[in-house]
Design a protein around this ligand. Sequence first.
Ligand code: SAM
Ligand code: SF4
Length: 325
Amino acid sequence: MKDSFGRNIDYLRISVTDRCNLRCVYCMPEEGVEPISHCDILSYEEIMRLVGIFASLGIKNIRLTGGEPLVRKGIENLIADIKKTPGIETVSITTNGTLIPEKFEALKNTGLDAVNISLDTINPERFKEITRREGFEKVIEAIKLCEGSGIKTKINCVAMKGVNDDELASIAGLAQDLNIAVRFIEYMPVGKNDFEKCVPKEDILKLIANVYGPLYKLDAKFGNGPAEYYKPEGFVGVVGMISAMTCSFCESCNRVRLTAEGFLKLCLQYDKGVSLRNIIRAGATDEEIAKAIEKAVAEKPKQHIFNDYFGAEDIEESPMSRIGG
Ligand code: SAM
Ligand code: SF4
């Protein structure tokens, strides 16, 4: 499926829930967000119907996210069913990792290809401050379990000034002995005006090079996303940078997003899109749904503009937990 700028859209991120068992300071307020009622969230049957239609339009790779995808009951069955859909090549999840240890066997049997685990600190006390919850040991266990089982494992760390910028090199060090990718995400002011929190990619690279020596940029891609990868000398794994704030990778954007409420979102930063849930529930045929998807994708914005955020139109104001990251 091509958009109007000729970009090939083959990657769909599906948020399966807006609920979460953590309360990360940059993502959710302490008291949580007003939960979307169950009947407004896409059922697994509706998700599977849409996955079939998206696959027929050329979507090959699917990532499940949230909220926290592993808090939704029966998620293992959904992963296994998506994995069996003709045309779908990879299924992955983005998770905070806390529930992986208890669900590990079931997850392994789904055929899951890859797991991104979010971890912003390796200091247990700081973990509690950032996530406002317990669970640090479970996340570390999750990383080791996934890595040891051959599931492609990445860590997502949001780099934030005054929060964790003093330990970014130590976090990168997790890839020294483990075959994982530790990726640093520039903090994005989604729905907020706190740009100053962002640690630019170049600063993160310097902090890591100061401890581990020169970093070699790799040409290889390790997934469907816009991350750039580097290998410090002697590392088993790699270090990645996702720099939505200081670099534009929009010209090669290959993705669209489906929110838990079934809204097809065309760009992380904009609220433009179409409610596929309303179309399905109005009794549309598969052909009509496919047409609605193609029409929306044709309107995918050219690029995001986080650095010129205020004053721009149609800006997304929902918290990241609603959008799925
Ligand atoms: N609960 C899962 C998790 O934490 O991985 C999936 C949902 S979470 C919204 C997806 C990703 O978005 C996480 O890696 C999280 O760190 C990232 N994220 C959330 N808010 C962000 C922000 N303001 N800037 C950059 N990344 C953010
Ligand atoms: Fe939950 Fe993920 Fe948001 Fe943290 S980043 S509050 S784990 S949805």
